[in-house]
Design a protein around this ligand. Structure first.
Ligand code: HAM
Length: 477
C-alpha cells in the first residue's frame, strides 16, 4: 500500500465524475444534490457511490445480536478465568510481525498490509494480535507483575488474502494470551476457554491438537520430512513442490487430494519430540481427558505461524457454513516469542484466537436471529470463584469446575495462579460472593472450603454435595 504517485493522482482527478443528463440512481445520496443549472437547462450529476474495499464489509444493525453477544460472552468467559482486557494498536512496526510470525509464512510474505507512513516508517496493519501482546508485555514491564500475565482481546485484524466464504481482509478475533509461565495446565485452560466460548455461543466444537516440540526437535524432523517428500515429489501439487524447500511443514496441511495421500504416510512429528516435550504434551492431554474435552490427535497439525513451540490446537465445527476445512480458531504455545522480540530469556507464553466472522457465519447457519437473542444460553457472570493450592488440587479443581459449568453453575478460576492471596484478590475483583477453596488436605478428604467473601465465614462441603450447596447459595442471594 504505497501512497498514490502524482501522475496517478492527476489521472484520478481526470476520472472524476462528469456532468451528465443520465438519470441518477435513486439510492445515491450524492445524486440528491442539485446540479448547477446552465442557461435555464436542468443538468443532473451522477456520482458513483463508494463500495467497501474487496474482502471488507460493514457490520450492520441486522447482525447486532450476533456481534454484541460474541463480545459479551468473550468478556464473561475471560473475566471468569481471570484474564485482563488488553487493546494494542492496529498499526505496528512491520518488523514486529516479520520477526515473530516469520519470513516464509503466507501471512508475512503474501498477506500483510504494509506501507510507509508519512514519516517513512514501515508499518503494518496487524495481521494478528499475539506478537503485539508480547510486545506490550515487554514494553510495559509486565514481567514485574505476578506471573503469568493473562490477557484477552477482541478486535479487527487485517490480511490481504484472496477473499472467499469465511475469509476476509478485515476480520475480528477474540483471543487470550498467557505470558510468563510454562505449565501444561495453562495449555489445557486455554483449550477449555476457547472450547467453552464456542459452546456458550451454542456451537459444538471439535478440538484438534498436536505438539510440534522445540525448534531443535523440529530441525531433525524437517530433514526426515523433506527426504520423504522428495521421494514422493511427482505426486505433490505445484505449491507443495515449492513449499517443500521453503517451508516444508506447511505441506502437511495441504488440502489437495494427491498431497493428502502422500501426507498420510509421512513421518510423524510426535516421534521426533524430546522427552521433555513428550511429557509436557502427555500432561496437556491428561488434563483434557480429565475434563472430558473431546479432542482429535492431529499429527499433521503444524499451524501457519513460525512462533509456535510444543502444543498447537485448532477448533472446528461440523455444521460450519465455511466447510470443515476452515478453523474457527487456533492457538498454541510460543515459549521463544518474548525472547525473540527482545524480552527477557525464558519467558514462555501460550494463547489462542477465534475468528468472530466464522463464528457468526456458523451461528447464522445454525440458528435464527430470534434464537440468538435468547439470553438463557448466555452464562451469568461468576458469582463463585474456585481457588486451588498444589498440583493435585489444581487437577481436581479443573474437573470440579467443568462439572459445575455443565450443570449451569458458572465458576471463575485462575488455575495457573499459585498463591491463595492472588486468587482471593482476583475473586474479589470479579465480585465473587463465595470462593471455593481446594488444598491438598481437602483433595484427600474429598471436600472443599466454601468461603463467604463478605463475612469471611467458611464451611466444609463434600465434593458430592457441592453442586447442591452452590444452588442453595444462589437462591439465597
Ligand atoms: P490464526 O490461525 O492465524 O491464528 O487465526 C485464528 C483464527 O482467526 C482462524 O482460525 C480464523 O477463524 C480467523 N481468521 C484468520 N484469518 C482469517 C481471515 N482472513 N478471515 C476471517 N477469519 C480469519 C492467529 O491469529 C494466532 N494469533 C492465534 C494465537 C493466539 N496463537 C497463540 N495465541
Amino acid at each position: 500500500m504505497q501512497s498514490m504517485p502524482p501522475k496517478k493522482k492527476a489521472a484520478a482527478k481526470k476520472a472524476a465524475p462528469k456532468k451528465t443528463t443520465k438519470k441518477a440512481p435513486a439510492k445515491s445520496a450524492a445524486s440528491k444534490k442539485k446540479a448547477p443549472a446552465k442557461k435555464g437547462e436542468e443538468k443532473k450529476r451522477t456520482v458513483k457511490a463508494f463500495d467497501t474495499l474487496r474482502g471488507m464489509k460493514d457490520i450492520l444493525p441486522k447482525d447486532e445480536v450476533y456481534w454484541l453477544k460474541s463480545r459479551r460472552v468473550a468478556e464473561d468467559i475471560s473475566g471468569a478465568y481471570g484474564y485482563g482486557y488488553i487493546q494494542t494498536p492496529v498499526l505496528e512496526n512491520a518488523k514486529l510481525f516479520v520477526r515473530s510470525i516469520g519470513k516464509g509464512t503466507d501471512v508475512v510474505d503474501k498477506e500483510m498490509y504494509v506501507f510507509e507512513d508519512r514519516d517513512g516508517t514501515k508499518v503494518a496493519m496487524r495481521p494478528e494480535a499475539t506478537a503485539a501482546v508480547a510486545r506490550a508485555y515487554i514494553g510495559n514491564g509486565m514481567r514485574t507483575k505476578p506471573q503469568p500475565v493473562k490477557t484477552w482481546y477482541y478486535g479487527p485484524m487485517f490480511r490481504h488474502d484472496r477473499p472467499q466464504a469465511g475469509r476476509y481482509r478485515q476480520f475480528n478475533q477474540f483471543g487470550c494470551e498467557v505470558i510468563g509461565e510454562r505449565d501444561p495446565v495453562i495449555d489445557a485452560e486455554l483449550i477449555v476457554v476457547s472450547y467453552n466460548y464456542l459452546r456458550d455461543l451454542g456451537i459444538e466444537p471439535i478440538v484438534h491438537v498436536n505438539s510440534i516440540g522445540s525448534p531443535e526437535d523440529r530441525q531433525q524432523y524437517i530433514v526426515e520430512l523433506v527426504g520423504y517428500l522428495r521421494s514422493k515429489r511427482t505426486y505433490l501439487c505445484d505449491v507443495c513442490k515449492k513449499r517443500m524447500n521453503k517451508n516444508p511443514l506447511r505441506t502437511l496441511d495441504c488440502k489437495e487430494e494427491g498431497c493428502q495421500e502422500v501426507i498420510e504416510d509421512a513421518p510423524q512429528i510426535i516421534e521426533w519430540l524430546s522427552a521433555d516435550s513428550k511429557d509436557f504434551f502427555m500432561k496437556v492431554l491428561e488434563y483434557l481427558d480429565e475434563l472430558h474435552i473431546p479432542y482429535v490427535l492431529q499429527s499433521t497439525l503444524v499451524r501457519g505461524l513460525d512462533y509456535y513451540t510444543d502444543t498447537v490446537f485448532e477448533l472446528y465445527t461440523e455444521d460450519g457454513e465455511q466447510g470443515s476445512q476452515s478453523a474457527l480458531g487456533g492457538g498454541g504455545r510460543y515459549d521463544m516469542l518474548v525472547e525473540q522480540l527482545g524480552g527477557q530469556e525464558d519467558t514462555p507464553g501460550a494463547g489462542f484466537s477465534i475468528g468472530i466472522e466464522r463464528v457468526i457465519n456458523t451461528l447464522k447457519h445454525k440458528e435464527s436471529a430470534e434464537q440468538a437473542t435468547d439470553q438463557e444460553t448466555t452464562p451469568k457472570r461468576a458469582a463463585f470463584f474456585f481457588a486451588q493450592l498444589g498440583v493435585q488440587a489444581r487437577r481436581r479443581a479443573l474437573r470440579l469446575i467443568e462439572e459445575l459449568r455443565r450443570s449451569g453453575i458458572f465458576v471463575g478460576a485462575s488455575l495457573s495462579k499459585g498463591s491463595l492471596k492472588n486468587q482471593l484478590e482476583l475473586a474479589n475483583k470479579m465480585g465473587a460472593t463465595h470462593t471455593i477453596i481446594l488444598g491438598q488436605k481437602e483433595v484427600q478428604d474429598g471436600t472443599v472450603i466454601v468461603r463467604d467473601m463478605d463475612s469471611g465465614i467458611q464451611e466444609i462441603i463434600d465434593h458430592k454435595k457441592l453442586e447442591k450447596h452452590l444452588v442453595k447459595l444462589m437462591k439465597e442471594d
